[in-house]
Design a protein around this ligand. Structure first.
Ligand SMILES: *[C@@H]1O[C@H](CO)[C@@H](O)[C@H](O)[C@H]1NC(C)=O
Ligand SMILES: *[C@@H]1O[C@H](CO)[C@@H](O)[C@H](O)[C@H]1NC(C)=O
Ligand SMILES: *[C@@H]1O[C@H](CO)[C@@H](O)[C@H](O)[C@H]1NC(C)=O
Length: 303
């Protein structure tokens, strides 16, 4: 009798723990329940439907929502343009015939009266659905194709080669052929001022094919690659690992510590001994230029 309250209390405690746990676990797990792209998964490109008369976007008359339509069909695949998660490639997409309305839209894009505004789903379509549950609204990231060119009276020149940069949201660990979620993207015509040999500028009249080509590159985080050998970077399909950053940080810190120890232990006392009067030139400002080899940072060939 006397011992009863204890197990009861214990049970109560356990029950309370289990009752409160699912809520927090569910809240935290919701994000993880949403699907992520597998390496190589197709990502469709949708663009705003625009009026070829005014360049304005077209709204659904009932809901007033913007109308999104697939990117024009590429003759190479017979399908609208799509990217593949994590796949870096050179891709051709020839639009077989530029009709009159599309030609006028291209004029708006080139003239920058209206952008070629497109979007990509941040995540793939969910497979499983909880019965009776409203499916979560799909989220998209914007992708504007900054198409460059020059308008003439009867025709136009279009810089048809475009770089496409796609960023994934950051993850704790980056693996080769990783899965993930889209963070951001951009696309732009390259070398719009180049002419002649090697330039990919196309003269276009109504009825012509439009031979677009894309250089597609992926970044495993929203950050851009560092320069000057600080972090080796070769995109998601390649040899970039989070350990690279860790190793770089460790060697950076070690370098700073060694440099500082050398400076304060050896150089500074020598300078102080050698120069009674420091004058305006502080030893720190003066010394840092000549001490050590920069940051103790050595460029490493990784993988
Ligand atoms: C885009 O909008 C125009 C004008 O409303 C319409 O005629 C056309 O069918 C739309 N395009 C697509 C692919 O739905
Ligand atoms: C794209 O087209 C160009 C020109 O027609 C061709 O030289 C190149 O091999 C093609 N690239 C791919 C990946 O198909
Ligand atoms: C489109 O593809 C078809 C069949 O593959 C080919 O006959 C045609 O020449 C292509 N058109 C263009 C503009 O590349």
């Amino acid at each position: 009798m006397l011992f009863l309250p204890q197990p009861v209390q214990l049970l109560g405690l356990l029950a309370a723990t289990f009752l409160s746990l699912p809520q927090t676990a569910l809240a935290a797990g919701h994000e993880h329940a949403l699907p992520a792209y597998h390496y190589g998964a197709a990502i469709p490109v949708e663009c705003m439907n625009r009026s070829s008369e005014s360049g304005e976007h077209i709204e659904d008359s009932m809901t007033h929502e913007i109308q999104w339509i697939p990117f024009p069909v590429c003759n190479e695949t017979g399908k609208p343009l799509e990217f593949y998660y994590g796949i870096e490639e050179e891709k051709n997409c020839t639009i077989a015939m530029v009709d009159d309305p599309f030609f006028h839209l291209l004029e708006f894009y080139i003239h920058m009266d209206a952008p070629l505004s497109c979007r990509l789903p941040a995540r793939p379509e969910p497979h499983v659905q909880v019965v009776g549950d409203e499916p979560p609204r799909r989220e998209y990231i914007p992708l504007v194709f900054a198409l460059a060119g020059k308008l003439q009276l009867s025709h136009m020149h279009i810089s048809t080669h475009m770089n496409v940069l796609l960023h994934s949201t950051p993850k704790h660990h980056i693996h080769k052929h990783d899965s993930g979620v889209l963070d951001s993207a951009t696309a732009y015509s390259t070398s719009p001022l180049a002419h002649g040999e090697g330039s990919s500028t196309t003269r276009l009249v109504i009825g012509d094919p439009l031979p677009l080509s894309f250089s597609i590159r992926w970044f495993p985080t929203p950050a851009l690659p560092k320069t000057e050998g600080k972090v080796e970077w070769s995109g998601m399909g390649g040899h970039f690992y989070a350990s690279t950053i860790f190793y770089s940080l460790v060697s950076f810190c070690a370098g700073v510590i060694v440099t500082a120890a050398y400076f304060f232990g050896s150089v500074l006392p020598k300078r102080l001994r050698g120069r009674r009067n420091l004058g305006g030139a502080t030893p720190l400002g003066y010394g840092l230029k000549s001490v050590g080899n920069g940051w103790g940072y050595t460029k490493k060939a990784i993988d």
